[in-house]
Write a protein of this length. Structure first.
Length: 172
């Protein structure tokens, strides 16, 4: 009987180690500071109008847990190949945090069905400045996943720069 408990205990330990190793996969982290107040920045990332102003030409966003977070980057693409098709909000805290599922690009069909997670934190620096911190996690193991992760290592900084540029005052 002790052997059975020992085997069950070992299985629990191995499961915990496996889960921990999966969580230790390289995460993408990017950060910018934006000249806008926290509520406005949060709204830009949680409304279709906000996202369409700097990121994607078409978005469907339902700002609630389980709500849609679909961004379409190619309006001519067939359903399922548009961008972040069928994305869902996982968690949302007004003005503070947004977490949603994220798909790999359509040209990566082997890993596209396996969704990753993006979490964005919105932190006030002062009344008119907000720090935006983006974390992208959930990447698997293997060459395809490495290519997917490398794609977003390059993409997220560009997206955040587009966002910062959209908030800058027009130059005379």
């Amino acid at each position: 009987m002790k052997l059975i408990y020992a085997i069950l205990g070992l299985g629990s330990v191995l499961s915990t180690v496996t889960t921990a190793n999966a969580q230790l996969r390289p995460m993408i982290y990017e950060e910018i500071t934006v000249d806008a107040n926290q509520a406005d920045v949060f709204s830009d990332w949680t409304t279709a109008d906000g996202i369409e102003a700097f990121f994607a030409p078409q978005a469907t966003i339902e700002a609630k847990p389980g709500g849609m977070y679909e961004l379409c980057f190619s309006l001519e693409a067939p359903k399922g190949s548009c961008g972040n098709d069928d994305g869902r909000i996982l968690a949302i805290q007004p003005d503070e945090m947004l977490s949603f599922t994220w798909a790999m690009p359509p040209y990566m069909p082997e890993i596209r069905p396996h969704l990753t997670t993006v979490q964005i934190l919105f932190e006030p620096v002062d009344a008119d400045t907000t720090r935006v911190r983006l974390f992208h996690t959930g990447f698997g193991i293997g060459e395809d996943w490495d290519q997917g992760r490398n794609y977003f290592v390059k993409t997220w900084p560009a997206v955040l720069e587009l966002y910062r540029d959209s908030k800058e005052a027009p130059k005379p």
